[in-house]
Design a protein around this ligand. Structure first.
Ligand code: ZN
Length: 294
C-alpha cells in the first residue's frame, strides 16, 4: 500500500502504557503469552468477534462503559511505523465511508474511535483482552486493537503485508458500518430468539458481510487514489482472510472441524466475500443475509 499522502485519523485513542511516543508495545508481554491464548480461543472467538458472543452476560451491550484508563492526552502521539500506519488506514476509511454514505445512502457517516491497547482494557462490552483478537464494540462504537495481533497474524497464520493489516482494520470498520445501518441490532435481537447453532449461522453471515464491506472500502479507496494498492496487496488480503477462516483455525487448534460452531465462516467463504466487495465496490452486493450460497 502507498499511504504517503494519506492524512492520519484523529480518532485514535492510545491506551498503551509506557512508550512515550515510542514504538513500545509489549509483544507477548509481561503478563500473558498472547500466542497460546489466541490459539486456545481461536476456534470460537477469533478476529473481529461479535462481542455478544464473548461476553455472555445479558446486559453487556447496554452496559455502562467502565471507567477508561487515565487519558494519554498530555502524551505526544506515538510515531512508530505501525501506529502511524493504523492512523492513516483509519483516516482513509473515514474519508472513504463518508463518501460511500453520502453517494450511496444519502446519509452521514459517523466515524468510530479506534482504541490501541495492550493486554486488557475496559469497554462498553466488558473487559477487552488481547487474546480475543481485534474487535468492535457496538455499545461504545469503538474498535479495539492490540497491535501485537499483527505479529500473530504473520507468525502463526502466515498472513503478512500491510494490506493484510489494513484488512483487519477494515473488517472492524465494517462492523461499525453494520452498527450504523442497524444490521447489528437486528442480528442481536434475532440471535437471542434462536438456538446456538442457528445463532452461529447468523453470526457467520454478519462476519462475512464485514469482510465484504472491507472489500468495498478497499475498492472505493482505490478508485479515489489509484496508487493506494500495489501489486500483491489484494492477494495479501485474500490470504489473510483465508488464514482466519473458522475451519482452518479449528483444525489448527483442535485438529478437527465443527461446522455448527462456526461463527465467522470458512476460509473459502471469507475469501469469497472479501473478493465480492473488492470486485464490485458496491455495498448492495454485500447482502450476505439474503445470499443462498455463502
Ligand atoms: Zn468480525
Amino acid at each position: 500500500m502507498r499511504l504517503d499522502d494519506e492524512a492520519e485519523s484523529q480518532n485514535v485513542e492510545d491506551r498503551r502504557g509506557g512508550g512515550f511516543g515510542g514504538g513500545g508495545f509489549p509483544i507477548g508481554g509481561k503478563s500473558i503469552g498472547i500466542g497460546t491464548i489466541v490459539i486456545a480461543l481461536a476456534a470460537s472467538y477469533f478476529f473481529g468477534i461479535d462481542p455478544s458472543l464473548i461476553f455472555q452476560g445479558a446486559s453487556v451491550i447496554q452496559g455502562q462503559p467502565q471507567q477508561a484508563p487515565q487519558s494519554q492526552a498530555h502524551r505526544p502521539p506515538a510515531t512508530d511505523q505501525l501506529t502511524v500506519f493504523t492512523r492513516k488506514v483509519l483516516g482513509n476509511t473515514e474519508r472513504t465511508w463518508e463518501h460511500i454514505f453520502e453517494t450511496d445512502l444519502n446519509r452521514r457517516y459517523a466515524p468510530p474511535t479506534l482504541v490501541l491497547f495492550s493486554g486488557a482494557t475496559p469497554t462498553a462490552c466488558g473487559t477487552g483482552q488481547s487474546a480475543m483478537g481485534p474487535f468492535y464494540c457496538p455499545g461504545d462504537q469503538k474498535v479495539y486493537i492490540d497491535l501485537a495481533f499483527y505479529d500473530e497474524l504473520r507468525k502463526r497464520f502466515g498472513a503478512s503485508g500491510d494490506f493484510a493489516q489494513a484488512y483487519v482494520i477494515a473488517h472492524e470498520i465494517g462492523h461499525h458500518v453494520q452498527n450504523l445501518l442497524g444490521v447489528s441490532a437486528k442480528v442481536d435481537a434475532a440471535r437471542r430468539r434462536m438456538g446456538e447453532a442457528q445463532a452461529n449461522q447468523l453470526s457467520v453471515r454478519m462476519e462475512l458481510q464485514a469482510d465484504c464491506l472491507a472489500g468495498v472500502w478497499a475498492a472505493t479507496a482505490q478508485k479515489a487514489n489509484q496508487a493506494l494498492l500495489e501489486a500483491g496487496d489484494v492477494e495479501e488480503g485474500l490470504k489473510a482472510a483465508a488464514a482466519i477462516g473458522d475451519d482452518r483455525l479449528q483444525r489448527q487448534a483442535q485438529g478437527y472441524v465443527v461446522p455448527e460452531a462456526f461463527t465467522h465462516g470458512t476460509s473459502e467463504q471469507r475469501v469469497r466475500w472479501l473478493r465480492q466487495g473488492l470486485t464490485t465496490g458496491d455495498i448492495r452486493k454485500c447482502d450476505t443475509f439474503a445470499a443462498k450460497k455463502l
